[in-house]
Write a protein that binds this ligand. Structure first.
Ligand code: COA
Length: 212
């Protein structure tokens, strides 16, 4: 089933098509400017994802311009520590399990020119709709702890994580996911290679029954 929905300002959120993949690679570089090069999704990776699990790949379009993106696969839930490269099959999504009972979000990104206008909310909501269509338990994500890098000289990842969990601080990425209903499960150190988040992610889940 092909997902497509018209949202505010005439923008459209839909499943990715092969002709979007060039723009998606460019958007990756804009959205994740400090991420290690070997963790950036390229056109070739996107084309592979479309072969493996087309229903789980999303773009947001302003006419022909790609302004938002999300990459997901099916997987089982586990609190076992893992890295982004391990869980994504070195970005090729060969780890997608057609019988996996959760939708695992490998990334979400909104063009910096279009932020704070509800696009992430629409993207997570589209993912929620697809998770329900597939009869899945919900969504898993490992949010980048993107506020940590700036204060990493003042506190440990564990201390930052504890403050985030108890609501004492907000984070530019994890707080967005919390706001949309995700619940924090565990700190994932060395999840990926990016100084902005001190290489740390936060494992979170969202039940399929939750209304975004
Ligand atoms: C995180 C990101 C996807 C959010 O996209 P966005 O379209 O600006 O988010 P939205 O406008 O849909 O906001 C969703 C909710 O989070 C809140 N929010 C958005 N940015 C926020 C921030 N920096 N700090 C705190 N809350 C924030 C909004 O107020 C909104 O809540 P509300 O609807 O109840 O008011 C975007 O900032 C981004 O692409 N960041 C870089 C890439 C990244 O970190 N991706 C995630 C990797 S796991």
């Amino acid at each position: 089933m092909f997902f497509q929905k018209r949202i505010q300002n005439g923008w459209v959120i839909q499943n990715t098509r092969p002709d979007h993949t060039k723009q998606l690679e460019a958007l990756q570089r804009r959205v994740f400017p400090t991420l290690a090069q070997n963790e950036i999704l390229t056109e070739k990776h996107y084309l592979k994802h479309l072969e493996i699990f087309p229903q789980g790949q999303f773009v947001v379009l302003d006419d022909e311009r790609v302004i938002g993106m999300a990459t997901t696969m099916r997987h089982h839930f586990s609190t076992q520590p893992h890295s982004f490269l391990e869980i994504s099959g070195n970005l090729w999504m060969t780890t997608h399990d057609p019988n996996g009972d959760w939708l695992y979000g490998l990334d979400v990104g909104v063009d910096p020119d279009y932020r704070r206008q509800g696009l992430a909310r629409e993207i997570y909501s589209a993912r929620q709709e697809v998770a329900r269509q597939l009869g899945l338990k919900g969504q898993i994500t490992v949010g980048m702890m993107n506020g940590f890098g700036a204060v990493s000289g003042e506190m440990t990842p564990e201390e930052y994580f504890e403050k985030l969990q108890s609501g004492k601080i907000t984070d530019p990425t994890v707080s967005v996911q919390q706001r949309l209903g995700f619940e924090i499960v565990a700190l994932m150190k060395n999840y990926l290679n990016d100084p902005t988040c001190g290489n740390c992610g936060v494992l979170m889940t969202l039940s399929a029954t939750h209304e975004i």
